[in-house]
Design a protein around this ligand. Sequence first.
Ligand code: ADP
Ligand code: ZN
Length: 294
Amino acid sequence: MIVKLGSIEAGGTKFVCAVGTESGEIIDWITIPTKTPDETIPEVLAFFQKHEIEAMGIGSFGPIDVKKSSPTYGNILNTPKLPWKNYPFLEKIQEQLQVPTGFTTDVNAAALGEYAYGAAKHTDSCLYITVGTGIGAGAVINGELLEGFSHPEMGHIIIRRHPDDRFEGVCPYHKDCLEGMASGPAIEKRWGKKGIELSERKEVWELEAYYIAQALVQYIMILCPEKIIIGGGVSQQETIFPLVREKVKELLGGYFTQPEVTEQIDDYIVPPGLENNAGIVGGLVLAKMALESK
Ligand code: ADP
Ligand code: ZN
């Protein structure tokens, strides 16, 4: 008999809910618009109540409380999406579904999905970065998600500004952090057009690669992940991949001699192996982990 698992990928515009198996196959799924918790969560629950799931994995937009010993573990924290601020997400799901439930960020879930079944499936560690409306990254190291007093906020790191770039940055907290300089909204504000309309503008993607590569170099120096996966809307501009790889090599300055960052860099910095399903499949992996640690 197959064990059925649930997965929720909670995003700012939509919730993707899926039921799948322990080997990451999706059996049924639904997309629900993100409105208020009172409107969205009953629809989410109704979908899962049709299935007999044995565990659940949630990958949520953040910031969220992921620290198991915290009194507010499982809550959404200080989000600009006000109806969701302080919402006890994990508690509401568990209360109704009564199954072991894993809870982490959307990018951590995507990293887990890619680690288990995607581009990083033959490695012991990986980092998944999304470059979209925001920038965020999650890492799996020796099969464990990287978390401390909170989940990492790798999109808000400080980067070196390009000498010709006068753009002030869009991050409400730091202005010109990575997310402030290189997210989809930053591209749109700097160049006056959406990323998708700038495909032919070489200088746009060179500057974008200049910032993303700096971030990757810092992640590489600190974590040495065996695979780096770049997802999110902006990564649809495939021209950034070769530009980012070149820039990463240049910034590493020959310090590492390992093949990942030298002759095999084309297989090291890659798009998601699971395409748009990394997060939802990662939720199934999280559910399986919750079931095993029950
Ligand atoms: P979200 O981060 O909200 O979950 P996405 O990952 O799709 O959603 O990111 C949306 C951002 O990516 C927007 O700022 C959008 O302009 C940008 N984007 C989407 N598609 C492309 C594309 N093909 N080329 C460049 N930018 C894109
Ligand atoms: Zn920031």
